[in-house]
Design a protein around this ligand. Structure first.
Ligand SMILES: N[C@@H](CCC(=O)N[C@@H](CS)C(=O)NCC(=O)O)C(=O)O
Length: 261
């Protein structure tokens, strides 16, 4: 299933070489690898093969002394980054932050990964179910896709109801999503105004990215490249500073990837 490689292997759910995936967490890890200059090889895989039942996950074995011992799979973007940092393969982006900045960084990540994520899950898996299903389950034969899609829809409906987002109206969700992107646009506007060159700017850091940038870039890109969150795509596109932030990072770190339109 995996190619012989001395690189870290990143399982993205879809292979789609030369393209971003629709998962913000995959792009988060890819950004961290590229920013660190850590080469990686992409593979398809899928949530059910990952140690946490989600994508992304990685196989660390090519980087380990005993590469012949078989795959060493690790799931969850945060723990993947943490592990690669502890192996000395990625810098500690937040290492020199003051406690207050660390808290801001954590808050931005939580805002996106633990709040915005659920609005997107509803938009994708409930409001635009067929587009999302046919992308996420596209490799499955049609009858299987219908059955698995139905089970995922049911499970996500329950999750969103328990979490609370399932009980909100579309109008309420639109308001909450707009509030998030507006706040990000406001801060990025200031960052872009302070920048003297066309180089990337960073959400919280003056001259270098922090962990929040990996997450933020992942979320902006996931909206811009996917077809199953059209309302969010229009919303994000209406925030020029958010789009420019992502464009600058794309141009610097992902010139080989197809860009969103
Ligand atoms: N906390 C995880 C979240 C990953 C995640 O939610 N991945 C989604 C795709 S964006 C997934 O694999 N969902 C499949 C499922 O929940 O069954 C991380 O940071 O990696």
């Amino acid at each position: 299933m995996t190619t012989k490689s001395s690189n870290l292997i990143l399982f993205r759910g879809w292979l789609d070489k030369g393209k971003y995936t629709w998962s913000p967490f995959v792009t988060k890890v890819e950004f961290r690898c590229r920013q660190a200059g850590l080469p990686y090889t992409v593979e398809g895989g899928g949530p059910k093969y990952g140690p946490k039942g989600k994508i992304p996950y990685v196989d660390l074995s090519p980087l380990l002394a005993d590469a012949s011992a078989g795959p060493t799979l690790l799931g969850d973007s945060t723990f993947i980054i943490q592990r690669l940092r502890s192996m000395g393969l990625m810098p500690d982006l937040n290492g020199s932050l003051a406690p207050e900045q660390c808290l801001h960084d954590l808050a931005v990540r939580a805002l996106l990964e633990d709040k915005l994520y659920f609005y997107h899950a509803r938009e994708r898996w409930i409001d635009n179910f067929y587009v999302q299903r046919d992308m996420a389950l596209g490799s499955m034969p049609y009858p299987v896709r219908i059955m698995v899609g139905y089970l995922i829809h049911r499970s996500i409906t329950h999750t969103l109801h328990g979490q609370g987002v399932g009980r909100l109206t579309n109008e309420e969700i639109r308001m909450l999503k707009t509030e998030i992107w507006q706040s990000l646009d406001d801060i990025l506007k200031v960052r872009l105004r302070q920048a003297t060159t066309g180089e990337p700017v960073w959400c919280l850091g003056d001259t270098a990215p922090t962990e929040a940038d990996a997450t933020l870039f992942g979320f902006v890109v996931s909206v811009l490249v996917s077809d199953s969150a059209p309302e969010s795509k229009m919303l994000v596109k209406s925030f020029a500073h958010v789009v420019e932030y992502a464009e600058r990072i794309h141009d610097r770190y992902f010139p080989d990837y197809e860009k969103w339109i």
